[in-house]
Design a protein around this ligand. Structure first.
Ligand code: FES
Ligand code: FES
Length: 153
């Protein structure tokens, strides 16, 4: 076990865990941040996506020992009131069905728009295509990312 100080959603947390513990389990099991979901556990579905210094990463395969002093953002910290432009667009388009994949989708979309505020449809599809939705909400995700990009202008 080792002690790690983590910067998450603007707060400092301390955890005592094995170095290879995936960030996902630190978030969910040690810190009670349950918005980040477990899907596949092998970096294939995107349900566990969080931001590592504004870049989307898969928390299920990201060892806590690799976090260092990076700024981690989870769905709980994306915006104070759940009103990030991506979240607003998600509500307006009514993207979610069961909702299970949606926190990961939103985090991927927010990171995509951070690095490319004006993506083409192809760039949206490419940027989002690693996030799997078993309910098949892909067309609404595309619409919501387009709307969020317009809101960010
Ligand atoms: S749970 Fe991490 S990518 Fe599927
Ligand atoms: S909304 Fe159900 S898995 Fe995506």
């Amino acid at each position: 076990m080792a002690i790690y100080k983590l910067q998450i959603n603007g707060q400092t947390y301390q955890v005592d865990v094995e170095p290879d513990t995936p960030l996902l389990w630190v978030l969910r099991d040690h810190l009670g941040l349950l918005g980040t979901k477990f899907g596949c556990g092998i970096a294939l579905c995107g349900a566990c996506t969080v931001h590592f210094n504004d870049q989307a990463v898969r928390a299920c395969v990201f060892p806590v020992s690799a976090v260092g002093d990076a700024k981690i953002t989870t769905i709980e910290g994306l915006s104070a009131q759940g009103d990030h432009p991506v979240q607003q667009a998600w509500n307006e388009v009514d993207v979610a069905q069961c909702g299970y994949c949606q926190a990961g989708q939103i985090m991927t979309a927010a990171a995509l728009l951070k690095r490319n505020p004006n993506p083409s449809t192809e760039e949206i599809d490419t940027g989002m295509n690693g996030n799997i939705c078993r309910c098949g909400t892909y067309h609404r995700i595309r619409e919501a990312v387009t709307l969020a990009a317009a809101k960010l202008k």
